[in-house]
Design a protein around this ligand. Structure first.
Ligand code: HEC
Ligand code: HEC
Length: 362
């Protein structure tokens, strides 16, 4: 009996030293790994562009649910759908100095309130950092349900299985991306719709890249870009009867109406670049380059402006014939031959004057 009592005493004492060693090593590791870095590392503070995905009341207080957790707003709920559906496997959300096409650059603090992060690593689809405000809500809903109806040949999967609520939350999230950057006056030259001070910069940039818009080459290039981006709404021949037009309240323009005879090159360019507010016509300057928009102008100018119809019978998606983007329609080839003849005879007039750019007034 005494034996075992002695053993216990020795045992209890024998553990003190190892326990101290373990505790001290743990403290040292904790100091080196956690405390020192925490004291010395630069803390990322939210920038003015950091988004908040939680609901707040008028006084700016966070609204909490019964368990004390912050309640997400529509964009915050949409962010969860974005993560759940794996959008980040194909879309990144960071714009580095070397990324030219995705709007203004991002900084670490822009992401301060975001967990988990959705930076992504792959750009199978375009970067979405500045997606907000690029496209109308209805475009997003349609595109998410059926990407190929909006971007021919898109490999983005259809998300038509999402219920209405998730879909609208997701659109709210997409529309939130980068909007604070867009609202910053410093970034106006990149984002803002037509405003008077932009005149110079806008037109200088466009003139720099202007091809000869009266050439068949430019019109031909434009024809391809038109089929890819515009035919879904405006129809393959610009009659305003693309398959999407059927479901639209404000119908796409029919470019073959005599009304468009009055359009100057600049008016066409301005309209393509800035879109038509209050309709589903996108602001293409956020997606296309000045050259591409000029090619479109060259193409639009070649359309016969002799149609009395506002909207021709609607096309179906099969009428769009995405494969054949090389050749101009016969009527245009004829028109170029005619222009060539007039030029030879010296009777050719490049463009009848017309309203100046921006006279649309908005
Ligand atoms: C398999 C890869 C893939 C996945 C997954 C994917 N996308 Fe895309 N996405 C693309 C591609 C490719 C494009 C470019 C073609 C197009 O516009 O459809 C694109 C385009 C887009 C655009 C248009 C961007 C612009 O400005 O033109 C948006 C918005 C978008 N995706 C949102 C989403 C959302 C939200 C999800 C998740 C619900 C998602 N995508 C999932 C590949 C993907
Ligand atoms: C999602 C559908 C949609 C797409 C895609 C689209 N448009 Fe439009 N477009 C419209 C609508 C709607 C209008 C507004 C018509 C109106 O104001 O009555 C419009 C108007 C226009 C106008 C102005 C016409 C005017 O009366 O001044 C031009 C120019 C134009 N589109 C060119 C294009 C070009 C070029 C593309 C492709 C790069 C394109 N659109 C793609 C729907 C679309």
């Amino acid at each position: 009996m005494t034996d075992s009592n002695d053993n216990k005493k020795i045992g209890a004492k024998g553990y003190i030293l190892p326990a101290l060693v373990v505790a001290t090593s743990f403290l040292m590791i904790y100091t080196v790994v956690v405390i020192i870095p925490d004291m010395t590392m630069v803390k990322i503070k939210p920038t003015q562009y950091a988004m908040e995905y939680i609901e707040k009341d008028e006084k700016g207080n966070i609204i909490r649910d019964a368990k004390g957790m912050p309640v997400p707003n529509a964009a915050g709920r949409g962010r969860k759908v974005y993560v759940r559906e794996g959008c980040l496997y194909c879309h990144s959300q960071f714009v580095r100095p070397q990324d030219r096409d995705f709007g203004s650059k991002v900084h670490a603090g822009d992401y301060a309130n975001e967990t988990p992060n959705v930076l992504g690593t792959s750009r199978t689809g375009p970067d979405l950092s500045n997606e907000g405000g690029k496209m109308p809500d209805a475009w997003h809903v349609g595109h998410l349900r059926s990407p190929r109806d909006y971007t021919p040949g898109s490999i983005m999967p259809s998300f038509s299985f999402l219920n209405e609520e998730d879909l609208l939350d997701l659109v709210a999230y997409l529309q939130s991306l980068g909007v604070k950057r867009m609202e910053d006056p410093a970034n106006r030259h990149i984002y803002e719709a037509y405003y008077p001070e932009a005149d110079d910069a806008f037109w200088k940039a466009s003139e720099l890249h202007k091809p000869n818009v009266d050439s068949a080459t430019a019109a031909n290039a434009g024809a391809g870009i038109f089929r890819q981006n515009c035919a879904v709404c405006h129809g393959t021949n610009g009659l305003g009867n693309g398959p999407n037009a059927l479901a639209m309240a404000k119908k796409p323009a029919n470019f073959t109406r005599p009304y468009y005879k009055a359009y100057s090159d600049k008016t066409w360019y301005y309209r393509v670049a800035e879109g038509v507010p209050g309709t589903r016509m996108p602001r293409w300057k956020l997606k296309l380059k000045p050259e591409q928009m000029w090619y479109l102008v060259a193409f639009l100018k070649t359309l016969p402006q002799d149609s009395g119809e506002i909207i021709a019978p609607y096309q179906t998606i099969n009428d769009l014939d995405w494969e054949d983007q090389s050749a101009l329609p016969q009527q245009l080839t004829d028109k170029f031959l005619q222009i060539g003849k007039q030029k030879a005879e010296g009777t050719y007039k490049a463009n009848p004057g017309g309203p100046t750019a921006g006279s649309g007034g908005h």
